[in-house]
Design a protein around this ligand. Structure first.
Ligand code: PHE
Length: 440
């Protein structure tokens, strides 16, 4: 097979048959929204950082990482779906655009620079298209560890050292639901070598630290002036739920009640000891979390569509400032949407086995993320959402037909009919040429 090279910000990478990263995605690397002064993603990052004054921050880690960093070092099983080319952007078999900031956990632990660290960065995932999903977004990773011998040195058990640190976290009076036991033998087990008392103390430190972050965010949002409305803010409600990550145990998610729904805002847990051991910090134990910055910023400023973060329109950017009091976002206009459907037959399994394999799904399989990527490639930020509205299997031939509904809408102007028709026609044609489907 042919070998090619690509250059990303001066670094050269060999590409191979695993390469599935479009140039439009590579173009996002240079944007670094979390570092743009007065950008809402950067302001959100700073607000969270201010709650961890003693943590070392890393905000410029490069997004191209090895499969080892992104998956292997974190204990992802070989067959985990996250590794598949339908979910992850590859440059070659060994190299990906990081799918989460956890890709830097092992290296940051190995550097032994501080007991606590925060990593903010852009992350990349092939995913659905709607107002809260975009293939590039931003996360913040945080971790805090304690040395196994810290207790002995202080003349008390380690858990007491940790509880003393818990007492230093600012108190809040928000009601938090936390119905589950700190650990559970099947659902959320302790790791070998971790005592229940230590894990209870670390879990309390983790949960109180993150509750403090959410309370700070909601206090800021509540103080934000809203020139256009006088609706009183809803009272803040949070709950902890059990979770699973290959790299923490026990694990949890924090959810916030927002406009009638429980919204997951972060994942966290007690770091797998094997990660610390492999990073050559055998005597430390502690916690880690990962939080999505877009989701928090959307809550904080009432931003209704994730595409807005990528806008360079001054009607968006000029509404955010680090020097003036925080304001809720005032949408500058909602331009009309244009809805169009496309229906097609999937390749039947027999034709897929033939020489008709598509570049996006070389195995002949169909994955919805490929439809999403084609829509993104053709329409850029002019597509608001794409969703499956009908699915049908022909009773005689057994062939499957799908219908996708695409919502075209610009955030910045009214689209013309001709323009939308042209985009939609290109979208239909690329479904045929790239996925090998048959239009109905
Ligand atoms: N990396 C996880 C994600 O992207 C979040 C996480 C980070 C969970 C650290 C636990 C510990 O979903």
């Amino acid at each position: 097979s042919s070998t090619n090279e690509i250059k990303i910000e001066g670094k050269t990478y060999k590409t191979d048959e695993w390469m599935n990263t479009p140039s439009t995605i590579l173009a996002a690397i240079s944007r670094r929204l979390h570092l743009q002064p007065d950008h809402p993603i950067a302001l959100t990052r700073k607000l969270i950082e201010s709650r961890f004054p003693e943590f070392k921050t890393h905000n410029e880690l490069f997004p191209v990482v090895s499969v080892k960093q992104n998956f292997d070092s974190l204990g992802f099983p070989a067959d985990h779906v996250g590794r598949s080319r339908t979910d992850t952007y590859y440059l070659n078999k060994e190299t990906v655009l990081r799918t989460h900031t956890s890709a830097h956990q092992a290296d940051t632990f190995r550097a032994k620079e501080s007991a606590g660290y925060l990593i903010s960065a852009d992350v990349y995932r092939r995913d659905a298209i709607d107002r809260s999903h975009y293939p590039v977004f931003h996360q913040m990773e945080g971790a805090r560890t304690w040395d196994q011998d810290a207790g002995a040195e202080a003349g008390k058990p380690l858990e007491q050292v940790i509880w003393d640190d818990v007492a230093k976290i600012p108190k809040h009076d928000i009601d938090v639901e936390d119905p589950n036991p700190v650990h559970h033998p099947e659902r959320n087990p302790l790791q070998p070598g971790h005592s229940p008392a230590e894990v209870e103390a670390m879990a309390a430190h983790l949960k109180r630290s993150l509750e403090d972050v959410v309370v700070a965010i909601f206090d800021a949002a509540r103080k934000a002036t809203d020139p256009s409305s006088s609706t009183p803010p809803e009272p803040l409600k949070m709950r902890w739920v059990e979770a699973y990550f290959p790299f923490t145990s026990p694990s949890w998610e924090l959810e916030v009640f927002w406009q009638g729904d429980w919204l997951e805002v972060l994942g966290c847990g007690i770091v797998q000891q094997s990660i610390l051991t492999n990073a050559d910090v055998t005597t430390r134990k502690g916690w880690a979390f990962g939080i999505g910055l877009e989701r928090i910023a959307m809550l904080l400023y009432s931003i209704p569509d994730i595409r807005l973060f990528w806008s360079t329109d001054s009607r968006f950017l000029s509404q955010f400032s680090s020097t003036t009091p925080m304001q809720r976002f005032v949408p500058f206009s909602k331009y009309p949407a244009c809805i169009k459907d496309v229906s097609f037959w999937l390749r039947s399994s027999s034709s897929a086995a033939g020489g008709n394999s598509s570049p996006l799904s070389p195995t002949g399989g169909f994955h919805e993320n490929d439809v999403m990527e084609i829509a993104r490639e053709i329409c850029g930020d002019v597509v608001e959402d794409v969703r499956l509205v009908d699915e049908f299997t022909h009773p005689k031939t057994g062939r499957k037909s799908l219908c996708y509904r695409t919502n075209y809408r610009s955030l910045e102007r009214t689209l013309t009919n001709e323009e939308t028709n042209e985009l939609h026609e290109k979208f239909r044609q690329q479904l045929v040429s790239k996925l090998g489907v048959e239009l109905r």
